[in-house]
Design a protein around this ligand. Structure first.
Ligand code: ADP
Ligand code: MG
Length: 213
């Protein structure tokens, strides 16, 4: 039996065509089912439905053999014990710094002002501002980051942006891209060593499906 960890929502929706062409479709939809373990078209593969930020953890500990995780989550949490054979090219967006519309970010940077940064991605933010030689205070949030600068919790946020619509709707603007983000296939390193004959064909099928994009 092989176990594949996946999150509901955006990643699942965009992974669906890839799962389909690799012959790994679940028997029921995770959106309508309350089950957290789903059977698939293949008797030897089951899906685990977990939070997006928990996918690497399941695969790192070997509770799942493979999974699909955003490069944002992998960058934030590290990828020890994981192989990342394929950029699936789905759930594309970017990690960016955003500030209130009226704020002159470049001037603030040049002044060497100490700024408060709110983010779900504190490690990524810390590394980014350290590389710029800036002193920042980091505030960890779990969601709705756009609110933080509006109510004075922080000066800037570090968050995922795709269209910029959410930023705009909250009076914010993107001022600096930190990195491009997309979802990656991840595989438990030890499982790949002990069961390559089971895992390789799946990895290849998903890589093929992704390249046909
Ligand atoms: P959660 O709210 O549980 O973090 P999301 O579905 O919002 O789950 O995000 C899951 C993953 O989808 C993120 O880790 C990221 O890789 C990707 N993602 C998030 N927001 C966007 C976006 N606006 N556009 C494309 N991909 C995104
Ligand atoms: Mg979200």
């Amino acid at each position: 039996m092989m176990t594949f960890a996946l999150s509901k929502g955006r990643i699942f929706d965009e992974a669906l065509p890839l799962l389909k062409s690799a012959g790994l479709l679940p028997q029921e939809s995770p959106e309508s089912s309350r089950r957290l373990i789903l059977e698939t078209q293949r008797a030897d593969l089951r899906l685990l439905i977990v939070r997006a930020s928990d996918v690497p953890t399941y695969v790192q500990y070997g509770a799942a053999d493979l999974g699909i995780a955003g490069s944002d989550v992998l960058a934030e949490q590290g990828s020890e014990g994981l192989v990342q054979p394929v950029d699936l090219g789905i759930a594309r967006c970017r990690m960016s710094v955003a500030v209130p519309d009226g704020l002159d970010y470049q001037a603030m940077v040049q002044r060497g002002a100490r700024i408060r940064v709110a983010s779900k991605y504190v490690q990524i933010a810390k590394t980014h501002f350290a590389a710029k030689g800036m002193h920042v205070d980091l505030i960890k949030l779990y969601g709705s980051m756009e609110l933080a600068p509006i109510v004075g919790l922080a000066d800037v946020i570090v968050d995922l942006v795709s269209t910029g619509g959410t930023l705009k709707a909250n009076g914010l603007k993107e001022v600096e891209k930190i990195s491009d983000v997309s979802a990656r296939l991840i595989v438990n390193q030890a499982a790949l060593k002990t069961r390559p004959e089971k895992l390789r064909p799946l990895m290849d099928a998903l890589a093929q499906a992704a390249s046909r994009g």
